[in-house]
Design a protein around this ligand. Structure first.
Ligand code: NAD
Ligand code: UD1
Length: 346
């Protein structure tokens, strides 16, 4: 298939691009580079050994989005473009609704105009909120607790409603658990701007000496060691899940939703210990208060994806830490940033 990959220069998008290309699909990247670097594109091509067209386009710009469909004969779309920081979404809800909802509506409008009917969308386990007990299954009620999560849930509902009203479309929402790690080449990986919000990139930056210590948010959760438990999934497993979902979507019609997780939870301390073991570095940490909005435990029931997509995560926590570490060592201050850009050790 010739696949339009929105957000393809981002963390997950770059890995999805590599997985699609490895599987023999053609990839066209659309990204506004608001949270990514252009240098990533050349790295994807280097890993894949193939070139791919890319467009610096904002999905909120409908005519620029439609132009991409005009120029490229697209068979299907993998839609990852969006803003994703929970805290920021609470402070700037308008920006999140505008970017994520309008961007998606414009993409759907352009698809309809050009007769493209297959779409895979990146949703999040955050839609489950804290009303059910894990493991989370796709049929459980949703209850997102912040504007970011609500944009994900609203987009799922948009896709479901449109699929209900039209016989020709095939839409799939993938609810990611906690994607971490990097491509094994060490050329692409998670490269957040500023201080990382998420655990694994923070741990990696402490290990490499860019930050002094990790703050562990909460040591009194009802978990075996008191720290939060999450379902970490290797980003390449996640990327391969997209390839399976896209191929599945191309063979059918309607709307469906799948969890992408391992089904296994790991605590913050388990991540720290595993990272220390694979990196050979000590990770200094201190306990800090719980982070508002965090749940104690989150992990997937991934059996639906296994049953219907024939997909299952195969890489363990050690592989996730090893690959995250390889990327971090090669780019202590991020892609395209020399070690001169310091002064942010905290
Ligand atoms: P990312 O920020 O690295 O990638 C998103 C990409 O989309 C960036 O390259 C950004 O420049 C681009 N983008 C944003 N708005 C755009 C717009 N209006 N037009 C064009 N491009 C735009 O984030 P990621 O971690 O790779 O996440 C990808 C998707 O997966 C996001 O939708 C995110 O909400 C979702 N997701 C991520 C996680 C996670 O832990 N990383 C978990 C669940 C869901
Ligand atoms: C966060 C988002 C969620 C999003 C997911 C994947 C919040 C509240 N939730 O989930 O919406 O879908 O990322 O992008 O932001 N931790 C520390 N110290 C740190 C960072 C994290 O102890 O510096 C702990 C957290 O308390 C949690 C675990 O590590 O127990 C994982 O945190 P994180 O990587 O931010 O992911 P989530 O909170 O699961």
């Amino acid at each position: 298939m010739r696949v339009l990959l929105t957000g393809g220069a981002g963390y997950i998008g770059a890995h999805v691009a590599v997985a699609l290309l490895a599987r023999g699909h053609d990839v066209v990247i659309l990204d506004n580079f608001s949270n990514s670097k252009r240098a990533v594109l050349e790295r994807i091509e280097r890993i894949a050994g193939r070139a791919m067209p890319s467009y610096a386009v904002d999905l909120v710009d409908l005519s620029a989005t439609a132009d991409v469909f005009e120029r490229e004969a697209i068979d299907g779309v993998v839609h990852l473009a969006g803003l994703k920081a929970v805290g920021e979404s609470v402070e700037q809800p308008f920006r999140y609704y505008r970017n994520n909802l309008i961007g998606t509506l414009h993409l759907l409008e352009a698809m309809q105009r050009f007769g493209v009917s297959v779409l895979v969308f990146s949703s999040s386990a955050t839609v489950y909120g804290d009303v059910s007990a894990p493991p989370f299954t796709e049929t459980m009620p949703t209850a997102p607790t912040n504007p970011y999560g609500r944009t994900k849930r609203m987009i799922e509902q948009m896709l479901e409603d449109i699929a209900e009203s039209r016989a020709d479309v095939s839409f799939i929402a993938l609810r990611y658990f906690n994607p971490v790690g990097a491509h094994e080449s060490g050329l692409i990986g998670e490269d957040p701007a500023g201080a990382p919000n998420n655990l694994m990139p923070y741990v990696a930056q402490v290990a490499v000496g860019r930050r002094e210590r990790l703050y562990i948010f909460g040591d009194d959760y009802p978990t075996p060691d008191g720290t939060g438990v999450r379902d970490y999934i290797h980003v390449m497993d996640l990327a391969e899940g997209h390839v399976r979902a896209l191929e599945f979507a191309a063979e059918r019609r309607g709307y469906d939703v799948f969890n992408l997780g391992t089904g296994r939870g790991a605590s913050v301390l388990e991540v720290v210990r595993t990272f220390e073991a694979v990196s050979g570095r000590e990770i200094p940490y201190v306990f800090a208060p719980r982070r508002p909005g965090d749940v104690a435990v989150s992990y997937a029931d991934p059996s639906k994806a296994e049953r219907l997509l024939g997909w299952r995560a195969t890489r363990d926590l050690a592989a996730m830490c090893r690959d995250a570490w390889r990327f971090q060592v090669r780019h202590p201050y991020g892609i395209d940033v020399g070690t001169a850009a310091k002064g942010e050790r905290s």
